[in-house]
Design a protein around this ligand. Sequence first.
Ligand code: UD1
Length: 370
Amino acid sequence: MAGSITVASVVGARPQFVKLAPIVKAMNDSDAIIHRIVHTGQHYDENMSASFFEQLALPPPDIDLGVGSGGHAEQTAAMLTKIEDYLLDACPDAVLVYGDTNSTLSATLAAAKIHIPVAHVEAGLRSFNRDMPEEINRLVADHCADRLYAPTPQALQNLAAENLAGRSVLSGDVMLDAILRNIELARSKSTALSDHGLEPGAFALATVHRPVNTTAEALQRLLQVFERTVERYLPVVLPVHPRTRAILDQLGYQPPEGLRLLEPLPYLDVITMIQAAAVVITDSGGVQKEAAFLQTPCLTLRDETEWTETVSIGVNKLVGEQGRDLLDAVSQFLESPGCFDEIARKKIEEHYGNGNAATVIVDDFVRWLS
Ligand code: UD1
């Protein structure tokens, strides 16, 4: 049976490279699978793509479709066409998709329409906010895919509520696998803190990229809140996503001292900074979880989250789009930083698993396909 099933993983955006890494290892450990990596090219800058492949020790993609940026329809249409061409040519036995990006949507649709079995890693996440392009992508991917790997019991419940229980499996979270595998390496290799003159526990790490926070008006409001945070509490370090960078350039924004704008960081530097920060401020889904796994309190710049467990456990707080309630929350978290007690740590494990999600997924996948 050695190498008898060919599986194509389709990825394209930064968070997907992180989710892919533990799966690649588990695929390589399985005799049954020949694994191919298809990069859509959704993210293409060195520091949004290549640096992740390098730091996560990922093999280079078997093919890069080079789709690049564009409006949703344009980007998705280009991906659909190119992924379908690839699948018709390479004829994999199955396709794996990850998360909630336009790459996820396109690969799921392309494969489903030509009857190649598709499995979705990180299925069942719901914000219940259809204004988010990611929510539409998740709904389509979950309803079109044939096998659904839910990272948490809540995600499994969401799938059941949409009559998808029959194809769902509780797997645990592959992002926890990635953290557990890489945090020691990050501690020994990353020089991010000294490079940027940062003391552990003495700064906030912020990330902002969602459309709702990156219109010119929204971003201006958020920057004002960051400036107040710096004046009243502590320095804020903001690695800037390209979408956000474009708006900052358009605004000609000059940050005050204490608000540090950086280029997007490589993975080992990001997890080092998340662990060392006094508090994380973010609108990213992945960063909310990474903060929980690394025991740093998180303030989420949104009105709702898919990762509701982090909020109910008490290690994450929703502070609203554009940081509406950020200032009060920063002071609360800084005054009582002990939210990661024994009970919270146990609950995080109960919800997200023990770091072997990739093995659960690959074992199930091989059984299911056979
Ligand atoms: C995408 C995902 C989002 C994920 C995020 C992680 C969708 C709908 N959204 O959002 O779920 O959380 O990735 O970063 O798929 N750009 C560059 N260089 C790059 C990549 C992007 O300059 O390497 C710029 C382009 O101008 C592009 C903009 O960033 O128009 C946004 O990129 P896009 O891939 O459309 O979405 P993200 O905001 O990155």
